[in-house]
Design a protein around this ligand. Sequence first.
Ligand code: DHB
Ligand code: FE
Length: 279
Amino acid sequence: MTTIVGGLGTSHVPAIGAAVDHDKTTEAYWKPLFDGYEKAREWMKDVKPDVAIIVYNDHASAFSLELIPTFLLGVADEFPPADEGYGPRDVPVVKGHPELAWHLAESLILDEFDMAIGNKMPVDHGLTVPLSIACGKPDAWPCRVIPLCVNVIQYPPPTGLRCYKLGKAIRKALENFDSDLRVAIFGTGGMSHQLQGERAGVINAEFDNKFLDQLSGDPKALTEISHQEYMMEAGSEGIEMVMWLIMRGALDDKVKEVHRHYHVPASNTAAGLIILEND
Ligand code: DHB
Ligand code: FE
């Protein structure tokens, strides 16, 4: 039986990746943030997932505005780190799990989620920074990865409710996959941040912490947050938080919160991390 070992939600701020790459994580600015990541790294070592399904968004690295998939599953053998304008990050190549990825594609599409298929694509900070947060700086990533890319760049992104339902469909697909694989699911992006315009730099710790509370205890309430409310409360890029609902939907209704960390600032962003396990 395929086992879901748990879900991890985390921000994916590029500067966090740069701090790892340039060995700055113990410097005064970064230490309080990275101290909170230790427990996540221990958790990854303890639960030893064979595969991580990483829900993330591409930031116009693999896709331009010419092609905008709402939901896309990466089914390739491997995914190279993207060049985001200053050369690719010096991190290991991300190894895929084509067999499980194709199973997910079939199950989700037959379940009426019209996934796009990614046979070849680089992965940007949206996917590689969460790996650095959860795994540090290894020579090779400790698990296979299935990228699940979500459009939160170009209006209209999917609703939080649609994301939550997709998580439930992923869970069903995993339950129907005959294997002894241990699978983790990551939801990434957020927390409150806005990178451009008059409100650039907006942080809303009250909204973020309530989001984390409800992610644990009342995820259905989060499915009612509108796009407009995310933008008003958490800034324009706060919309990335809908991706955490895919992770949450894949878990039981009732979960155990294993770890939580919230820190401001990481660059001009609020950084959050949460680990949930089925109770
Ligand atoms: C930044 C970029 C992101 O994609 C994000 O989610 C948070 C911060 C940045 O450029 O600082
Ligand atoms: Fe982002």
